[in-house]
Design a protein around this ligand. Structure first.
Ligand SMILES: [Fe+2]
Ligand SMILES: [Fe+2]
Length: 198
């Protein structure tokens, strides 16, 4: 069993605080404050999976889904209807790329250093499909936080809209994409409960 570390130092730089405020404000404005827990816990899990996670990783973890706060009202219906539903490649590519653009624009507006901006962009722009080990780490923390926090709302809102099959496919995909054994161990019981609840 993964040993959870409760005494990890919390790194709360001014920039990280500003990012959190920006993300929270954006989701509150979009009438979607319920999502915020998912971001807090993605940052938490990234630290659990890698205690050396740096500022860029925490910023990326907290902001990785920022695209959803700026999404047009009719966007969601379009990809849900496609054969692959939530796993539609065009949707995933758009979502991760647009999120990377929004957060890097914000970081630049705060005069963040270029290296950090590039690193956040690199991480967020592949948070759904992974790639290198740091991108995989964010993807894994995202999956854990999804199973920990989003299942109830997902079942309630999405099963009536898209049907049980596409929701099950989404859960399977969110679990199967996890790259590390450690992260799978953390997510497994939440995943199994989620599947049984459909
Ligand atoms: Fe995402
Ligand atoms: Fe996410």
């Amino acid at each position: 069993m993964l040993e959870l570390q409760s005494k990890l130092p919390i790194m709360d730089t001014d920039l990280y605080k500003k990012v959190k405020q920006f993300v929270v404000n954006s989701f509150v404005k979009a009438d979607n404050a319920g999502e915020i827990k998912h971001f807090e816990r993605t940052a938490y899990w990234i630290k659990q999976l890698n205690p050396n996670a740096d500022e860029a990783m925490l910023i990326a973890a907290f902001s990785h889904d920022i695209e959803r706060a700026f999404r047009e009202a009719d966007y969601q219906g379009k990809f849900r209807k496609t054969k692959k539903g939530f796993r539609d490649e065009n949707h995933l590519r758009y979502h991760q790329q647009k999120a990377a653009e929004i957060i890097t624009d914000f970081l630049k507006s705060q005069n963040a250093n270029n290296k950090l901006v590039e690193r956040v962009e690199m991480l967020v722009s592949k948070h759904e499909i992974g790639g290198n080990s740091d991108q995989n780490l964010l993807m894994d923390a995202d999956s854990i936080s999804f199973f920990e926090n989003n299942i109830e709302a997902f079942l309630l809102n999405m099963v009536p809209k898209v049907g049980a099959t596409k929701v099950k496919e989404k859960f399977d995909w969110m679990f199967d994409r996890i790259s590390s054994k450690k992260a799978k161990e953390v997510a497994r019981s939440w995943y199994e409960n989620a599947i049984q609840s459909i």
